[in-house]
Design a protein around this ligand. Sequence first.
Ligand code: ADE
Ligand code: ZN
Length: 335
Amino acid sequence: MTKTELKLWVASLPKVELHLHIEGSLEPDLMMALAEKHQLELPYANIEEIKNAYNFEDLQSFLDLYYFGASVLKDEDDFYQLMWNYLLKCKEDNVVHVEIMFDPQTHTERGIEFGVFMQGFKRAIQQAQQEWGQSCLLIMSFLRHLTEKSAIETLQSAAPYLHDITAVGLDSGELGNPPEKFTQVFKMAKELGLKRVAHAGEEGPADYIWGALKELDVHRIDHGVRSIEDPELIEFLIESQHPLTVCPLSNTKLKVFNHMNEHNVLQLLDLGLMATINADDPSYFGGYLNANFFAIIDHLPVEKHHLKKLVENSFNASFMSVEHKIMWLEKMGRY
Ligand code: ADE
Ligand code: ZN
């Protein structure tokens, strides 16, 4: 198959996305519109200037803009609009099931109540479910640059909304904030019946992946590309089949890899790790799920069997029911 044929084929497949920060899907036009609505000053004159600012040196330089961007989100309708716009992209990209991360502390720290964003998110999700059968779960992520005490308070504030939350996650600045800092809150989340994921081995070392597996008892590792530096960890991940939610465009934008042709996702997949493809923060990194597949097709020796495996892995790595997994994998087999 040519690269064009591979792109058309993967675009046509029903897919799953497992690593997507809803705040990272805030497009410049919505940012500008909300700034105007709330009479907030942005340091950008227009959308072009916003896009030009998205040149990052590393994870922290991105996070600074990402948290600043999120400050335009204030009322229930803003959060509805943010979620709705992303769910429309799912429809466009054939993402039939998505597990979306949101960062409560980014909003509660600015005085926005839990119910404001939860109700906005929920309204959009219900509408997409009704209109085209979109399947969607939520992952509440703790900001690792803040204290464990703050994460515990966040978990407590989430109590009235836990029926709408499937898992907890861990994100933000990785270096200097190892998983072990959050052992207690992850234990509490597990006792509440929540699933667990954590960013690890993006900028941080392979040791942080061990920490997430052993201390936080996670079901999946977000990113995990630095696992390649530890042969024992690679052996473990092949054996355990803990999924890695890999984000190619993110990794090149944040200089985890200098160029897409240096990305190791195919290497991880060929070794037998359960790698998946995801967008992370699509509005900041230049593309949604299909664009991430297109980027690896353009720059790596991707074959059809790789794409099939990556997409199948996402279904298997998801928190959807076994019945739904079987149904979707059967449907996929027909493509
Ligand atoms: N928050 C949003 N995107 C993130 C990323 N790629 N790594 C850590 N925290 C994040
Ligand atoms: Zn992420």
